[in-house]
Each structure stands twice: as structure tokens, then as C-alpha cells.
Write a protein that binds this ligand. Sequence first.
Ligand code: ACO
Length: 328
Amino acid sequence: MNKKLSACITGLGMCVPPKILTNADLEKMVDTSDEWIAQRTGIKERHLVNGQTLSDLAGIAAEEALQGANLQGKDLDLIIVSTTTPDMQLPSASCLVQKKLGAKKAACFDLAAACTGFIYALSVANQFIISGAYKNILVIAAEVLSAITDWQDRNTCVLFGDGAGAVVLQPTTEKKGIISTYLAADGSFSDFLEVPAGGSRQPASIETVQQRQHFLKMKGNETFKVAVRMLEEAASKAVSLAGLNYKDVDCLIPHQANIRIIKATAKRIGLDENKVFVNVDKYGNMSSASTAVGLYEAVKQGKIKEGSIVVLTAFGSGFTWGACVIKW
Ligand code: ACO
């Protein structure tokens, strides 16, 4: 009988655009202060595109992940791009990335699960690997949130940044890789965090543009309360599905929306803060790219080593939430 397959991450990549917008820069744009932003969110600066497209960021992150896995574009069987801000409505960002990589035999699709998208995409890729359907899968989480940010709205414009993270997944018969995933959603919260226009319900028109309906609207305070509960619930479910306890966890990578959410989640879980990865200060909230870039940086900084138990947990518009446990 064939040995049981697991999906193992064999390559990692990331890309943030070089342009940095600091809190001091934002003070000149809206009625805010470095003190308010740093205290209420933990964010000090964020990277924003300046001419680059989402597929540019995704392509750079993907090239690095492919190199790490010792693969070329032509070896890929599947490309999944998690994003809420593709270059355009059609074709998908994944097809544009396929073109950049020369990944001619890869099937391609985009996945929309907002900030939880990287975890949803890992879960989908995991199924294709453990079923034996595909061997070389590229998962990218990329976001250009600056394109849907209302730069006149101080409630939201201080929060977001642009960036991309990528991983290559391959099958292994060793006892490592993705151990469990947990996915959840509740559409009854759909109006807590939305971009009202630009879809088929309210196609772009002069009125929708004048009413600033193409920008992200968020009920921040209400979202905050649900986020803490769901990040903890998802992590607990995934850890339990993996047959583990929190004492086994070496590194928690929570969605990077707000340092207060991250700290409150760590407290609910009872996890030591030095096991909780934080980069929200440097990048702000990059939606689904946050957990992907977090994983990349935690590995590069030596916080994740061979054999480490890693938990990714995220929460976002929808609401969607989910978590993934990986043995490194
Ligand atoms: N600068 C100065 N003052 C501000 C700013 C700002 N940038 N933004 C809001 N304020 C003011 C408000 O107007 C309000 O003033 P008021 O009391 O006079 O009315 C006051 O600060 C407090 O506002 P709150 O909204 O209650 O502030 P809160 O502490 O909740 O922080 C924040 C707001 C940072 C948005 C927080 O609620 C948050 O992080 N929410 C969750 C975000 C999240 O998790 N999103 C999910 C994923 S995102 C995705 O899917 C793309």
C-alpha cells in the first residue's frame, strides 16, 4: 500500500513594494497622529505600490518560492492566488502570474476569502496534494489594498498596506508539513467589512465613484470584537484537529490587523508573547498576504526551525476565519 502523503512547504517567497508611507506622512493627509495610530493599532509604517501591479508583487514572491523549492515555472501543476484586489476583474491574477512564470501546464484560479485567503488556499492545495492529484503547487497571497483604500477616510486609510507572500507545496511521506486545517465563515456579517460598488450589484458608474463606493468600508470597533474571538476559536480547532495542545506550539502567526487584536488573542490562548509573530508595525494589514509574509519572516528570522509546530490563524471580511497547523 502507498504511504500516506502530506503537503510540505518546500519554498517561500515574499515581496513588498519599496515605497514606504509612515504615520508622519499620514498626518499630512488626514486628521490623525502617529501617537493615535501606534497606540490603537501598533502600525508605524506600510509599503504601497507605486506603479507596480498585484501580479508584479505576486510574480516576484513566486520566483523566490520556486527558487527555494528548486523548481521552475514549467514544473508547476497548479497556481492559486488568494486576493481581493486582482489586477483586473478578468482574467484572474493567477493566469497573469502563470504567464510571468512560463508555467504553461499549471491550472490556475484565484481564491477570495479576504484576510483568511492564505489559509483557505493552503487548505485547498493540501487536498490536491494528499489526494495525489498534483505534485507541485504554488500558493500566493497578494494584496494591493491601497487601490481600494479611501485616502480621505482616517478610520481605514491608516490600517492597510500592499504586499505578497508565496509558498510551494509538494508531497512528502515524512511526518511533516500541513497537519490540520480549519475553515469557517458567517455571511451574516457581510456588511461589517465591504467594498459596496464595482461588482455586479452596483457596477461602476459616475454616481458610485462620486459617492466613494469603490472603497473599503469597515465597522472597525464591531469587527475588532469578533476578530479576537474567531482568531482564538480557529487556532483552538486546528490545534485540536492536529491532536495537539497549545503547549506543543512553537510559533503562532496571527493575521496582522492590529497589535491589540494579536495580544488579546495570545492572552485568550494563554500563549507566551515570545511565541507570537508580529510584523504589523512594518507592513500594516496586508489582508491575506499578512500570514504568508509572517510565515516567510518567521522562518528567515529563525523563529521556525526544523520540527517546529507552527499555527497560522486569520480572520477577515465575510466574515471568514480559519487556521492551519504545520510541522516544519
Ligand atoms: N486617527 C485619529 N482618530 C481616529 C482615527 C485615526 N486614524 N480613526 C478613528 N479615530 C477616532 C474615531 O473617529 C473615534 O472618535 P470619536 O470617539 O470621537 O468618535 C475614536 O478614534 C475611536 O474610534 P474606534 O473606531 O472606537 O477605535 P478603535 O479603538 O476600535 O480602533 C480600529 C479602530 C483600529 C479600526 C480597530 O477597531 C480595529 O483594528 N478593528 C479591526 C480591524 C480588523 O480586524 N479587520 C479585519 C480584517 S481586515 C480585512 O479583511 C481586509
